[in-house]
Design a protein around this ligand. Structure first.
Ligand code: SF4
Length: 230
């Protein structure tokens, strides 16, 4: 059997076994199973995931895609986590700076062709960054969006031939808030002014009370996903 087939079988078996496990246990299993082959992909908008990973897998690599469009508060959150928790932040940059992209494609590509902008500034860097790893962790939850209702806790990422873990899949916003409060998790300061889902600055706005948590992402456009998880 090939190494890829072995890895897929490991993912599928663990998926059945860990479906109801606490995220800490899922992350501890992954740390044991994959060691340095494990990486957490974080935009620093999933702060409790980073906190959980630092507890379950001290020293774990955390992949941060610096799109060039992040809020200063998000960069500050990354730096604060790096300084105060046992994680190893690996920042990956797009192939082009924003200025170089503007020169080739015109200014404000995010407003005209957001799928292309995400492909250049998020998806390609993520693919490159994930390259050396066997397994990657995301902060996705089933209640985030209609496109995420069936994500597994541990699954097989067929396109990338990697194990993909979503340890928070079953958690609700109340679970997230309770964990953050209990452990006094460092949070992106933008949360205090209505930013419930945080991405790049040009494509994120604060939401009003009662609005869907992700209503502030690509507001006014049909786009709902950046393409990382498709
Ligand atoms: S979220 Fe907006 S600014 Fe960020 S990469 Fe996608 S389109 Fe570009």
């Amino acid at each position: 059997m090939s190494a890829t087939a072995d890895l897929r079988d490991t993912a599928l078996a663990a998926g059945a076994e860990l479906e109801s496990a606490h995220p800490l246990d899922v992350l501890a299993w992954a740390h044991e199973a994959f060691g340095d082959g494990l990486v957490v992909a974080s935009s620093m908008a999933d702060e409790i995931l980073v906190h959980l990973a630092s507890r379950a897998a001290p020293g774990v690599d955390v992949l941060f895609i610096d799109t060039g469009y992040h809020f200063a508060e998000t960069i500050g959150t990354r730096d604060a986590f790096a300084a105060t928790t046992p994680i190893t932040v690996r920042t990956v940059l797009p192939q082009q700076t924003v200025a170089e992209q503007d020169a080739e494609h015109g200014a404000r590509l995010h407003a005209r062709r957001p799928d292309l902008c995400c492909a250049l500034r998020k998806v390609e860097p993520l693919e490159r960054g994930l390259g050396p790893y066997q397994a990657w962790v995301t902060g996705m939850r089933r209640e985030d969006a209609p496109t995420r209702t069936d994500i597994p806790v541990v699954g097989w990422d067929e396109r990338r031939s990697k194990v993909k873990l979503n340890p928070l899949a079953a958690w609700t916003q109340d679970d997230v808030d309770a964990y953050a409060a209990e452990h006094q998790v460092l949070l992106n300061p933008l949360r205090q002014i209505g930013y419930t889902s945080i991405g790049c600055a040009p494509c994120t706005r604060a939401v009003a009370p009662g609005e869907d948590a992700r209503a502030g992402r690509w507001s006014g456009q049909e786009k709902t996903e950046c393409g990382l998880h498709l």
